[in-house]
Design a protein around this ligand. Structure first.
Ligand code: 9MR
Length: 588
């Protein structure tokens, strides 16, 4: 944002909760501790102290000091003065994260396909739009791909109307839809365990509000129905690539029994222009070949769906369980069908190691059914005893481990090691925090595509550890992650639209494209940018910055910077999860 210049005092632009850590980072050349003063709204001194010198930080390129504001436990408005600068006012208040959680959930409504976004639900009429891809009965891709390989298509069409657009593009992906959907469903399970339902029916301002179902579940079901629709009818055959073609390879395909598998995605034949309103997309919409990974994403989320909906909507629960079993069986029959990235109108989400997807699906099916066959599959998996790493769309073992650790009724033989693994991972993230200049639970010089979500998914694991142990340090670690995303970073940037003094304004998005077309809106509130990307600076804006930015500075608020500044369902999902977890009363 151009509104105010970046300051050298970096803190969460939303403010702080009364009962958590409160940290500011100051970029200053001084090599001795600096005196700081926090003043309340009337100018009275609320706290003073000296900074802790951290020193040179390669991730930011800054020389940094830490200010510990923990003593500001009284709700109110404050300013921090240090090194001749005074910060913007910031608040301390208990309900800090409720509006962010609500907005982060509402993003999923805004990204719905197949339904008009109505003024009364949109928050503001600017974000209303006609339904995109209103009736999507799609054939399989046929014709030549990028490498000239000719695809045969299939002899069926699927009605795959609905679901969520992935991101700034109009693709709807099963791989990636899966992790995003899991995160919403997991948040619901977390809430159900405590009986605190912040998105109870009516609170989410959705078309489904008033149907007696929690609005978080209504939103999740919108995507679940889409994933169910992507499952191939029994007996159908499909052409799939031979071998792992993620990075190229010999063009060849084979025809397989694909019944029960899920297509990887439904998407455009060619990328649409920026901007394009969803309803104005005139490209061919096609089903891309089924993959084992997509099939296991369906199996895992449908198994999770089956246990969540068991008493709320038994019919839907049964539909989910049948689909989950069919998908799992199909994946076992076709365990090595991988995505090819050789199509031109959508992202690849290619992954040629699906051992973690098998583990995730087995974990969800086990938690739902407790059948010994799934326990055996878990024991045989390499992920059973492997260290837990934070999840992303291509690394989903942690999702299964969280379910084993937290779902009701999972036997101790599975739950106990899962809990230990998650707590060990959380401890590792806290150890990284102590090594990171900006004190975030991520110490790296390799900022990847969607790095904000890497940090938020680490925060989610910290939130699981907090619940399992009750230890304050894990909640404080979540706060540190959120502080970074909301402004405690070298760019003094809130990466979330509508929140903070310098919020995200120009995401890579085909509809929220006011930067290119004044008749289009900017982003609605509560949408997180992918964030700094120092490892794949492939868009034209990033390409110009390459080599001249410290990792945490490889970002700019520009719609054309798709590798830096896109938004995506798998990134907003942990924003929602973490914001909602931080909104919980402390003692649980
Ligand atoms: O999040 C994805 C990232 O991990 C990959 O490196 C990148 C390139 O393949 O793609 C990202 O996902 C994009 C997807 O392919 C298409 N829709 C937008 C997604 C976010 O940029």
């Amino acid at each position: 944002g151009a509104a105010s210049p970046p300051a050298a005092i970096h803190l969460n632009q939303l403010g702080f909760l009364p009962d958590t850590a409160k940290r500011a980072i100051v970029a200053a050349a001084s090599t001795t501790p600096l005196r700081w003063t926090a003043r309340d709204a009337r100018g009275g001194v609320a706290a003073t102290g000296h900074t802790l010198l951290i020193g040179d930080d390669a991730a930011s390129g800054d020389h940094v000091h830490l200010v510990d504001l923990a003593r500001l436990t009284e709700p109110g408005t404050y300013r921090l003065s240090v090194a001749g600068q005074t910060s913007r006012p910031f608040v301390v208040r208990a309900d800090l994260y409720a509006p962010l959680a609500a907005a982060a959930l509402h993003y999923f409504y805004h990204t719905r396909a197949g339904i008009a976004i109505e003024p009364r639900f949109a928050g503001d009429p600017r974000w209303a739009r006609p339904a995109g891809h209103a009736k999507e009965v799609a054939p399989c891709f046929s014709g030549a791909d990028e490498r000239g390989m000719r695809w045969a298509g299939c002899d069926y069409r699927l009605d795959v109307t609905g679901g969520w657009y992935d991101a700034g593009d109009h693709g709807k992906y099963v791989v990636n839809g899966g992790i995003a959907l899991w995160t919403l469903q997991d948040l619901y399970e977390r809430e159900a365990r405590t009986g605190r339902f912040p998105f109870a029916d009516g609170r989410g301002n959705l078309p489904e509000s008033g149907n007696g179902v929690d609005d978080l579940l209504d939103e999740a079901r919108w995507e679940m129905r889409f994933l169910l629709a992507m499952q191939i009818p029994d007996g159908a055959r499909a052409t799939v690539p031979v071998g792992a073609l993620v990075g190229g390879g010999a063009p060849a395909f084979r025809t397989i029994d694909a019944g029960g598998m899920a297509h990887q995605k439904v998407a455009d034949r060619r990328w649409t222009a920026l901007p394009t309103r969803p309803a104005d997309d005139r490209e061919d919409r096609l089903l891309y070949p089924p993959t084992t990974a997509a099939t296991l994403n369906l199996a895992a989320t449908a198994a999770q769906c089956a246990r969540i909906w068991r008493t709320i909507d038994p019919g839907f629960s049964a539909t989910c369980l049948t689909a989950a079993r069919r998908a799992y069986a199909a994946a076992r029959r076709q365990p090595q069908v991988f995505a090819t990235n050789s199509f031109t109108g959508s992202g690849g989400y290619g992954d040629d190691d699906v051992s973690d997807e098998f583990y995730w699906a087995a974990a969800e099916l086990y938690a739902t059914t407790r059948e010994p066959a799934f326990a055996a599959a878990l024991r045989d998996s390499p992920w059973h005893a492997a260290p837990v790493r934070a999840p992303d769309w291509g690394h989903v073992a942690a999702l299964g481990t969280i379910t084993l650790a937290t779902a009701a009724g999972v036997p101790a033989s599975a739950a106990t090691p899962a809990r230990a693994g998650l707590i060990a991972a959380a401890d590792g993230f806290l150890a990284e925090k102590a090594r990171s200049g900006y004190r975030i639970p991520y110490a790296t010089l390799d900022y990847s595509w969607g790095s904000n979500a890497v940090i938020l998914n680490r925060a989610m694991i910290l939130g699981v550890a907090q619940r399992l142990t009750g230890a304050t340090r894990y909640r404080d670690g979540m706060v540190d992650a959120m502080d970074y995303v909301l402004g405690r970073n070298p760019l003094d940037q809130s990466y979330v639209s509508g929140f903070g003094a310098r919020p995200l304004t120009n995401p890579h998005h085909r509809f929220w494209a006011h930067q290119l077309d004044a008749t289009l809106p900017g982003p609605p509130p509560g949408v997180v940018s992918g964030g700094p990307n120092s490892t794949a600076m492939v868009d034209p804006i990033a390409a110009k910055m390459k080599g001249s930015c410290a990792p945490q500075r490889c970002w700019t608020d520009d719609i054309r910077a798709y590798a830096l500044n896109e938004v995506a369902i798998n990134w907003n999902a942990p924003l929602l999860w973490v914001a909602s977890a931080l909104d919980e009363p402390r003692a649980r």
